[in-house]
Design a protein around this ligand. Sequence first.
Ligand code: GCU
Length: 675
Amino acid sequence: MESIFMRKRRIRNEALWRTEIMHGRRDFCWLTKQVQNKNIITYYLDDGKKTAVTETIEREMPLLFKEIRRSGSPDASIAFLPGDEAALGTEGYRIGETEAGYKIESASPAGYLYGMYGLHRLLTAQNETGFPYESVPDQSIRMIDHWDNFDGSIERGYAGESIFYDHNTFRGDMELIRQYARLLASVGINAVLINNVNVHRAETFFVTGEALTEIRKISDVLAAYGIKTYLSVNFAAPITVGQLKSADPLEPEVASWWEETVKRIYEEIPDFAGFVVKADSEGEPGPFTYGRNHDDGANMLARAAGPYGGVIIWRCFVYDCAQDWWNREADRARAAYDIFEPLDGRFLDNVILQIKNGPIDFQIREPVSPLFGALKKTNQILEFQITQEYTGHQRDICYLVPMWKETMDFDTKHGKSLTVKEALRENSPVRRRSGIAGVGNVGMDANWTGSKLAQANLYGFGRLVWNHELSAEAIAEEWVRQSFCLTEEKCGKLAAILTTSREVYEAYTCPLSVGFMCKPSIHYGVDIDGYEYDRWGTYHYADRDGVGRDRTVKTGTSYTRQYSDARFSEYEDLSSCPDELLLFFHHVPYTHVLHSGKTVIQHIYDTHFEGVERVREYQAVWESLKDSLDEESYLNMKERLVWQMENAVSWRDQVNTYFYRKSGIPDEKGRKIYQ
Ligand code: GCU
């Protein structure tokens, strides 16, 4: 008998896929690839136990697997069978073929759910895969952080208003949240933070009263897709909400207030995951106010949450945002390590430190945070930014998976070899309390992410965090195949836009990892000196002789010493410092010759001219795909590419002119640089 897999393959080759707009307004993007087909596959769950997640499977199965069978073909089944926990863990799955169809084995309903999406993906988007196919997530916590405010705005959101809140009410659109949960679960996300880490007055009250009933409704919908709900809390809530005089973590009254508060939360939401805390950072309150340290603050909350299995995710994004720009000794890059490294081993088992990928703030290029590998006795989560704050506002195309992969694969060289992705798991005393989080990029826009292509970042985040072996290229192709109906050649062209877009964005913006140079506060568009004489600690120090931040031990801020010995030597020494990180670590003359053989000034000119040309090529490729794309997606990115072009041109011209005026060195290729 011809196997279903064989049949499927043929259908796929017939290129019958199409993207479907469901429910009138929301684009289900990568979950909607279907062929026209009325038949529905039969399936069964072997253990027969119903949970919210198995009910989700029952509901989703017919929709997702319509395409597996074609009219007139015999019935086929998908069986869900108990799997071996020792091999698959609690969330992994194995897919095999049977006479009648497929079987999915897992040790938990969540694993069945991931298996169901996994099978769908194998059949719709991946190249040939043999069965049995086994997949176990590489990270335990796979999380999306929403920076959504109760008033409906989203801090650093570029896709419309919040899907959770609207004018200081809960939006209450549970169907929308269900669709979102489905999108996330389909790529293996299992945790969501539902409010901004900057907790304003209104959200400070989320930990109490009627808000909890609404949060439970959200949490129930997410839980049906295997997703746990976290809340950001305000460290000063005991004062604002509890009417206490202090929020001092060592004050017994304060600790009891949190205990009571946490108890009430768990009465309302028994499977509540825990808190995320931004303390002593950018104006947020924290333990420093009371002369206490971050372990005092985090452990106090952890004691309150511990009895319920709750965890405290404590962010390491702590630095002085009121620096004197003329003080060259202060270095913002040092802050997280200076504060948290000495606390290694002092946090309770249910505390997790959340560390941004780089030492500054989600720039297009930064070195990896030196805390990875250095923290050896502390649970840890790596934080990426999916929303494109500094990387193009979901106007400019910037597929971030290559950057994330680079960070995860970075060898910290602590010990013989220890990559960041390994350090997360291995240096966390409680492995299931480690993982990777990404600041989310969705909003009320009909295609979720404003830019159609920005969906690839959300998709790619989930896929990469689940499976570290996937390449950025493979993920891009997968997403393209599931989202559009293209020939292999065109699929390749579109995927190539994605996979080159980070280097292109980097080319026309800040050179050689110098960072910032963007418009203050909005963080889009060029303003070379926008932060230069400001308090935020992000300076390029360009003058007539050179550019860059000296962070060496020899002559600079000694930031380089925060790395392992091997990395320290590499970064400290100008001759071994990688080109792309040069201006993060060194102040050099414009005539300094890079490993590439170019001078710094010529590199600046070349990349900025090339960046614009590459965007022009993207426009041409996009036009060539016009007839193969749905109109909405075509117009969506066509418009954005026009904006991207304007942005790239303005970066090119201002950066080139700025450095020409500083250095007085002309472009050796004689291109147009305004005087
Ligand atoms: C950046 C961003 C802020 C955000 C902060 C954070 O500084 O611009 O909007 O609040 O990161 O991560 O807490």
